[in-house]
Structure formats: C-alpha cells, structure tokens
Design a protein around this ligand. Structure first.
Ligand code: GAR
Length: 207
C-alpha cells in the first residue's frame, strides 16, 4: 500500500480527484495518509479533515524566516514518512532538502503541457492567462517528478486539452482540470502504486 502525503494550497479539487479515484477503485494500492497546506483557509484541509485524514497547516507566516519554515515542512514530512509526496496545487517552492530526502518520490501536477507555460511565475490561473495571451490552440496538464528545478523534473504523464475561442482564464482552467488534471493525477499515482514507473537518467517510463 503506497502511503501518500498530499500537499495543497487551495480548493483541493485534485485532492478530491485522488480520494474519489481511491473510492471508486480506479486508483489501487494507495492511501492518503496526511494532507499538508501552507494556507490555513485552504478548503482542501476541510476535505481531508471531514474524512478523518490527518490535516496539517504549515504556514510560512508562523515562522521567522524561510529556513525555519522549510525545516518545519521537512520535519512534518519525515514524521509522516510517506512513500510518495503529491503536490496537488501546492504553490510553495519545495525546499532542496526535501527534494534530497525524497528522491524520485515527489510528483507535481502542472496545468500546462510542460515545457510550455511553466517555471517561475507560472501557477494557477496565471498559466491559463498566459496561454490565452499567446493564442495557442492546445494546452493541457502534466504530471512530473520533482527535481531541483522549477517544473523541470522527469515527465510522467501529459494530456492535451483544446483551447476554445470563447475561453476565459477561468473556463479554460476548469476544462483543463476536468479533462486532464483530475484524470492524469490519480492515474499517475496508480501507476506508481502498482510498480509500473521507472525513473532513469532523468526520464520517467511506464513499464
Ligand atoms: C491546479 O490547477 C494545479 O494544476 C495548479 O493549481 C491548481 C490547484 O487546484 N498547480 C500549479 O499551478 C502548480 N504550478 P486545486 O486546489 O483545486 O487542486
């Protein structure tokens, strides 16, 4: 059984997709052990708490500096000792110490087809604003392993989504979530939980 720590910052619809996939049996051999948010008001914490899942808030505001916050985050993760950390809309730069402590054991969902519209400054609605500003016709979502860079780790799954002429950033965000994120994030976890993913030389392969 793969024990998951899910990290979230906001609404937690991706967390919900993981929980639903476990409930309906499309995601097997995995269990959400704990949820951490950097934001005390994140609705995601309620989703976890309501199901009796350990839900922790670790906010940078509670610490004197970034180093102390990073240490608290790492300590909490080490105490939970998950097999896999899932960044499901966690809008915090992951401390290098955490990446070193969980090599190839952290995955992230990003709401674009990496390497487009990713990296510093591209998160949440901003990604979809940039997509519309550039006028691309196809966007999507990516699940990747987390390495030392920003959205640079080995890509595990991607799914394309059409951009429609009438799209607003919000309508596009919703379609990318429904058609891509909520499908490929649980699928990625299922593949890992069932021993079907290998990471070698910076590339992730499904075996
Ligand atoms: C999702 O669209 C996720 O892809 C994005 O934040 C949103 C969180 O929504 N993540 C990033 O932009 C990371 N760079 P949710 O809280 O409803 O799952």
């Amino acid at each position: 059984m793969l024990r998951l720590l899910v990290c979230v910052s906001g609404g937690g619809t991706n967390l919900q997709a993981i929980l639903d996939a476990i409930d309906n049996g499309t995601l097997t051999n995995a269990k959400v052990e704990a949820v951490i948010s950097n934001n005390a008001n994140a609705y995601a914490l309620r989703r976890a708490g309501d199901r009796g899942i350990e839900a922790l808030c670790i906010s940078p505001k509670a610490y004197g500096n970034r180093e102390l916050f990073n240490r608290a985050l790492l300590e909490a993760a080490e105490k939970i000792a998950p097999d896999l950390i899932v960044l499901a809309g966690f809008l915090v730069a992951i401390p290098q110490e955490m990446i070193a402590a969980f090599p190839d054991r952290i995955i992230n969902i990003h709401p674009s087809l990496i390497p487009s519209f990713c990296g510093v400054g591209y998160y949440g609605l901003r990604v979809h604003e940039a997509v519309l500003a550039r006028g691309v016709k196809v966007t999507g979502a990516t699940v990747h392993f987390v390495d030392g860079g920003m959205d640079t780790g080995p890509i595990l799954l991607q799914k394309a989504v059409e951009v429609e002429p009438f799209d607003t950033p919000k309508s596009l965000q919703q379609r990318v979530m429904e058609q891509a994120e909520w499908q490929i994030l649980p699928l990625a976890i299922d593949l890992i939980a069932n021993g079907r993913v290998k990471v070698t030389e910076g590339k992730a392969a499904i075996v």
